[in-house]
Design a protein around this ligand. Structure first.
Ligand code: SF4
Ligand code: SF4
Length: 232
């Protein structure tokens, strides 16, 4: 119900059209050979982007229980194991296809559009962020995610091409435009602060009613237990 109200507001106030205009600025890539080397994380996703996915692919979504078995299983597996074992994005299905391709977030659309040097510089920044997050997890839970996971790299794609590379500044501008749309939802009391800086998988586990039936800490503690067991 929470999402349904926000979806109705987004539809009635043209927020999805505004999001589509942002997406339309991203140049199309060509030449993908389907090697699956990308699609290896839960990508940065704003709330309006999450709603856009629900509106297009899961219009009856209320909580995890309302999702088809395949995606529900992959989401749970991803969230339980992501600190310990490299995971593919749960939306990459068994056939190696993105199940939400037409509504994929900006982060997926811009992959392959930077020059190699800009992409590598961005990777360095991501690693620094991961290492900082690892320190926070260690402080809060006493255990560090596997270092290989924090240093993990989605390689620069050698296959896809764009008519002209975009700049990091262009990417930042599109990212900010999406965040502005979230601001509209926030000021209408249709989005909680917990959804700021969200990621695609994380949105499914934020205030999800299926988890109301479980102790609040069950999923985080299961994740830590799995990590501990695998590090022994
Ligand atoms: S975009 Fe590149 S890395 Fe991703 S599946 Fe296609 S060829 Fe592989
Ligand atoms: S949402 Fe789709 S395109 Fe994006 S990482 Fe997942 S499978 Fe790949």
């Amino acid at each position: 119900m929470e999402h349904q109200k926000a979806i109705v507001y987004a539809r009635e106030n043209g927020l999805f059209e505004q999001l589509e205009k942002i997406y339309a600025q991203v140049p199309q890539c060509s030449g993908c050979i389907g090697c699956k080397a990308c699609c290896s994380e839960s990508v940065d996703t704003t709330y309006i982007e999450f709603l856009y996915v629900l509106n297009r692919y899961y219009p009856m979504y209320e909580d995890l229980a309302s999702l088809p078995d395949g995606i529900r299983g992959r989401l749970l597996k991803f969230t339980l194991f992501e600190l310990a074992i490299p995971q593919k994005c749960p939306f990459l299905n068994e056939e190696g296809r993105c199940e939400i391709y037409e509504a994929r977030p900006l982060a997926c659309r811009v992959y392959g559009t930077l020059s190699r040097s800009d992409y590598e510089a961005n990777y360095e920044a991501v690693v620094r962020q991961n290492l900082e997050m690892g320190k926070v997890l260690q402080k809060e839970n006493g255990i560090m995610p596997h270092r290989a996971l924090m240093l993990r790299k989605i390689p620069y794609c050698e296959h896809v091409a764009v008519s002209a590379h975009v700049t990091p500044a262009m990417q930042t501008s599109w990212q900010n435009e999406r965040i502005n749309l979230d601001g509209k939802l926030y000021f209408e009391h249709l989005m909680s602060m917990k959804r700021l800086n969200g990621n695609l998988v994380g949105h499914f586990f934020t205030e999800d009613r299926i988890l109301d039936k479980l102790p609040e800490t069950l999923i985080p503690s299961l994740r830590i237990s799995i990590l501990e067991a695998l590090q022994k």
